[in-house]
Design a protein around this ligand. Structure first.
Ligand code: GDP
Length: 306
């Protein structure tokens, strides 16, 4: 089910409830059943849907509502806040502070849009007056540094990496890069890491070592919105290896493969990795450097419901 369809189905269920002459328990149940059906068709986990319905029923307790209360409004608000609750882990992400140097490490599978997102993140802070810098600690993929260099040069952001790939130790490159930019008084040092290895275990071990060496203030996990239900296992694998503190979901634009169709599913899936309790902080909406948006749960759900 595509995002717009999901939003449409939920909105229709709410509209039917609003149109009812009398809003009683049956009308409420019909409305919640319709919403359940739409969510389940969108691949939202059964348990989440069940909990949400239970919470809605508790909030809208007809027996306790004094006469004259606007039941329609209460139901509408309850549904909205339950949808928000599912997407919001209730824990804010670390936010870099001005006049301090913050180190932010990016992790994610190759192809997820990690390198592009590093530059977008740097650029969006630069636009707000920050002094960011980019470090390429991916020494395993030929061309990784060139890609970062090209992106950084276009955005006029200083960069560091293994020139001609002479240094093959990602930990050393990461540490040298962070030290260099700390000396240069950059306030936001962004470290891009490798997203592929011959063996998955080696990738996670490398990530762990880089993280231990540079002690980032924040680890951002970059996830491609078109991966659908694989999001759960992927997010879990990354968060078990490093202390992920925030998530950026890429390719939320309609042009990318999967795009908006599965992005909502990814969000739900991700929130299922409750152990991480990490919020989605930004979304990527295109290939260009400025196609990048702050992610806020409430406007997202409002937009969903139309
Ligand atoms: P990495 O291997 O994870 O570093 O991924 P890259 O940054 O090289 O990105 C892989 C591809 O995804 C590139 O073609 C990017 O232009 C593209 N890409 C990254 N983010 C987005 C996005 O938000 N929307 C779209 N449409 N493409 C994106």
């Amino acid at each position: 089910m595509v995002l717009a369809e999901l939003g449409g189905s939920i909105s229709r269920a709410l509209q039917q409830m609003r149109n009812a002459t009398v809003v009683d328990e049956k009308v409420l149940n019909d409305c919640l059943n319709e919403i359940n059906r739409a969510l389940l068709q969108a691949d939202v986990q059964f348990q989440l849907v069940r909990d949400m319905t239970r919470n809605n029923k508790n909030i809208v307790n007809f027996g306790d509502l004094p006469a004259g209360h606007n039941k329609r409004k209460i139901i509408q608000q309850a549904v909205f806040s339950e949808l928000c609750k599912i997407l919001d882990p209730g824990r804010p992400s670390f936010t870099p502070k001005r006049r301090e140097t913050s180190v932010v490490m990016f992790v994610g599978l190759q192809g997820s849009g990690k390198t592009t997102t590093c530059t977008k993140y740097a650029y969006c802070h630069k636009q707000k007056g920050w002094n960011p810098a980019l470090v390429c600690a991916d020494t395993s993929r030929a061309g990784a540094f060139d890609q970062l260099k090209q992106n950084a040069t276009k955005a006029k952001i200083p960069f560091f990496g293994s020139i001609n790939y002479a240094e093959s130790d990602p930990v050393k490159v990461a540490v040298d890069g962070v030290e260099t930019f700390k000396k240069e008084k950059c306030d936001l040092i962004i470290v891009d890491t490798s997203g592929r290895h011959r063996q998955e275990a080696a990738l996670f071990e490398e990530m762990r070592q880089v993280s231990e060496a540079i002690k980032p203030d924040l680890v951002i996990f970059v996830m491609d919105s078109s991966i659908g239900q694989a999001a759960f296992d992927q997010a879990l694998a990354f968060t078990q290896s490093v202390a992920v503190g925030a998530v950026i979901v890429t390719k939320m634009d309609g042009h990318a493969k999967g795009g908006v169709q599965s992005s909502f599913t990814v969000m739900w899936e991700y929130t299922e990795v409750a152990a991480t309790k990490s919020p989605v902080t930004f979304i990527g909406t295109g290939e260009h450097i400025d196609e990048f948006e702050v992610f806020d749960v409430k406007p997202f759900v409002s937009r969903l419901l139309g």
